[in-house]
Ligand binder design. Structure first.
Ligand SMILES: CC(C)(COP(=O)(O)OP(=O)(O)OC[C@H]1O[C@@H](n2cnc3c(N)ncnc32)[C@H](O)[C@@H]1OP(=O)(O)O)[C@@H](O)C(=O)NCCC(=O)NCCS
Length: 168
């Protein structure tokens, strides 16, 4: 297991983790059968790729903020905060989405990353957030429940949870 020089933390996308980001995302895309064609252009001009992802932007038809979970040169995963819900996001997606790249899984990082993400939600004025996960996603359900997720039913294969954001 790679030792980290500092505790991982959320930052806006940064070129400091270029190598680690591209390797981690490439491996997961290949493993999960997702397209990799975006990685070439991203790697060719990583500064531009990063710049496009920093700050508030419109994604999923709502304002959203992208955070990367990093430690030094290591990229561990991504957490996205959607500042409000659409009817679609209220069914699947919710306010927060996240993933940890495979080499860093099962070490408690997602649980701690979501806790850090909730603090960012508070800074954005969100006091209660919806999270959803596929009914068969045991790991994500555990991450959500470890952070205080209260079940609120399920639909279309997605389980819904509300988290009251704890004060910082
Ligand atoms: C879901 C995901 C973010 C979990 O990341 P992680 O860093 O491995 O999670 P943690 O280490 O914090 O583990 C959280 C809990 O899930 C458990 N867990 C982790 N992976 C698991 C797996 N594959 N199967 C069953 N349980 C698992 C851990 O043992 C831990 O349980 P505990 O709290 O009872 O000890 C990661 O697997 C991932 O990125 N998956 C793909 C994307 C995804 O599913 N995102 C969420 C969409 S809602």
């Amino acid at each position: 297991m790679t030792r980290l020089s500092e505790p991982p933390h959320l930052v806006w996308p940064t070129a400091a983790v270029r190598t680690s980001y591209l390797a981690g995302e490439r491996a997961d895309c290949l493993a999960e059968g997702r397209p990799t064609d975006w990685l070439g252009p991203a790697g060719d001009d990583f500064d531009a790729f990063v710049a496009q992802r920093r700050g508030v932007q419109i994604r999923w038809d709502v304002p959203a903020t992208i955070f990367w979970y990093v430690s030094g040169e290591h990229y561990l995963g991504t957490l996205v905060v959607r500042h409000r819900l659409t009817p679609e996001l209220a069914t699947a997606g919710g306010h927060i989405g996240y993933h940890i790249v495979t080499p860093w899984r099962r070490q408690g990082h997602a649980t701690r990353m979501l806790a850090a993400g909730l603090a960012e939600c508070l800074a954005l004025g969100l006091e209660r957030v919806l999270l959803t996960c596929a009914s068969d996603n045991e790991a994500s359900r555990r991450v959500i429940q470890a952070n205080g997720g209260v079940p609120d039913g399920q639909a279309h294969g997605e389980e819904r949870f509300w988290i009251t954001v704890p004060p910082s």
